[in-house]
Design a protein around this ligand. Structure first.
Ligand code: HEC
Length: 182
């Protein structure tokens, strides 16, 4: 009998919790992020008067933290970068080390740890046409350009790497290429 009373009590309490409040304003939200998304809605940036808007940056301005890249994604842009774009970084072991880290994360799947084009994706034939760095007449400028804009089947990696990291990767790619040419 005692147990029966307990069961009835538990049932009453559960029913109260479940049925309290109406659907529009639930009294208890179990895991609220399932109801209210944490990320912003795409295209939902808050504009003037708090309305959703698709505002583009004002022409001629640069968003904080962004460094403009002036060589366009064209053959001319590639050739210009190839010939004249130079790394602003000092060539030292710290930069090389971090370049290796980033290369291993973002590039080695296709290009291989040695840069011979023999990465896991190439081996499994998921990605074809990955060159051996020693077969390309590339410069620090062109490597940076390709990281920014991609090239044919290779996509841009600009969003994965910060400016400094890109130049560190460039230094590491040059080292791999020199080792392959030996
Ligand atoms: C998904 C596979 C893939 C990944 C990841 C990848 N690449 Fe490539 N990469 C390619 C392919 C394919 C080509 C050949 C493009 C062409 O010339 O047609 C290429 C070409 C290149 C070239 C030679 C371009 C030239 O000017 O001839 C460089 C340099 C290069 N990649 C650097 C990188 C670096 C640095 C990363 C990492 C930040 C990277 N790649 C990540 C597939 C990849």
């Amino acid at each position: 009998m005692k147990n029966f009373a307990k069961i009835i009590f538990a049932l009453v309490v559960t029913t109260m919790i479940v049925s309290c409040g109406d659907n529009r304003t639930p009294s208890v939200q179990y895991m609220p992020d399932m109801y209210e998304a944490v990320p912003y809605e795409p295209n939902g940036a808050v504009g003037v008067n708090g309305e959703a808007s698709n505002l583009k940056p004002v022409e001629g301005t640069i968003a904080r933290g962004q460094v403009p890249y002036e060589y366009p994604n064209t053959i001319d842009g590639y050739n210009q970068a190839l010939n004249e774009l130079k790394s602003p970084l000092e060539k030292n072991d710290d930069n090389l080390e971090n370049g290796k880290k980033m290369y291993t994360i973002y590039c080695a799947v296709c290009h291989g740890t040695k840069g011979d084009g023999n990465g896991v994706l190439s081996q499994r034939e998921k990605f074809n046409g990955v060159p051996n760095f020693k077969d390309r007449a590339i410069t620090e400028g062109s490597i940076y350009h390709v990281i920014m804009h991609g090239r044919n089947l290779m996509g841009s990696h600009a969003s994965q790497l910060r400016v400094e990291e890109r130049w560190q990767v460039v230094q590491y790619v040059e080292k791999l290429r020199n080792d392959l040419l030996k």
